[in-house]
Write a protein that binds this ligand. Sequence first.
Ligand SMILES: NC(=O)c1ccc[n+]([C@@H]2O[C@H](COP(=O)([O-])OP(=O)(O)OC[C@H]3O[C@@H](n4cnc5c(N)ncnc54)[C@H](O)[C@@H]3O)[C@@H](O)[C@H]2O)c1
Length: 245
Amino acid sequence: MINLQRFKNRKALITGAAGGIGSALVKALKKEGALVAITDLDTSNVDADANFDGDLQNSQFCDELPLLANDKLNGLDILCNVAGVITRGNINEVTDEEYNLTMKVNVEAPFRLCRASIPIMKKGSAIVNVSSCWGLRSGPNHPLYTMSKAAIASLTQSLGLDHAHQGIRVNAVCPNEVNTSMIRSGFEVRGLNPDKAIEELNKTIPLGRIAEPEDIVDVILFLLSNESRYMCGSIVEVNGAKPVV
Ligand SMILES: NC(=O)c1ccc[n+]([C@@H]2O[C@H](COP(=O)([O-])OP(=O)(O)OC[C@H]3O[C@@H](n4cnc5c(N)ncnc54)[C@H](O)[C@@H]3O)[C@@H](O)[C@H]2O)c1
């Protein structure tokens, strides 16, 4: 990871901060001088400047969170919507509850957080949403996940277009497979040893391995930084050259 101070005194709100990508992002932003407010279901193991534990299925929580972070940090320049759930199964296997959970966490929460953040963000602010390669081209048997990730990619393009004139840049990163609990839990459900399964998966990636959280975080940091100042509404794939199917 590059050792810079690109985010000195910038104020950031990060969702999914206890997860694989989120916790690595919080660490990296703090290392580069940002003040960071975080949220997840339980953030007790994550070091930050303001911790707001809560469930992103709660609409009121999402509507209020950017204001709470803004009050606590005395400003808000950065929002990263990292939290997400993966719902597995074809359309006849998934339930209404799974539909509601997926759309609430992966789509409605980022929508609400962007809507509440943009009015308090100044020129030079940046939002990065975490979509997925699977939101751009569907992989098999995950229709809920893929449609939700397509929705957040589309939201990113719309907001990038609508708020560029305010100097607020909105971009998205689309990973393929990343070595976090999200992918490891899938192997466990299928009765596989996650380490062994990842070894096999590594062979399918042209660059030789699936991503580590830091591989994704470095691209998020770039999209948040002034180095990407002319990018707005962009959807950036970070996939080790692996096609979706
Ligand atoms: N791991 C991958 O292979 C991969 C690939 C493409 C995209 N992504 C995306 O990257 C993002 C981060 O995922 P990750 O790989 O770090 O997985 P992760 O499971 O480690 O992290 C996801 C985090 O979201 C939080 N979260 C889930 N539901 C929540 C809720 N209702 N309220 C509050 N927080 C909630 C979880 O507690 C968890 O900490 C997700 O949006 C995911 O869809 C991951």
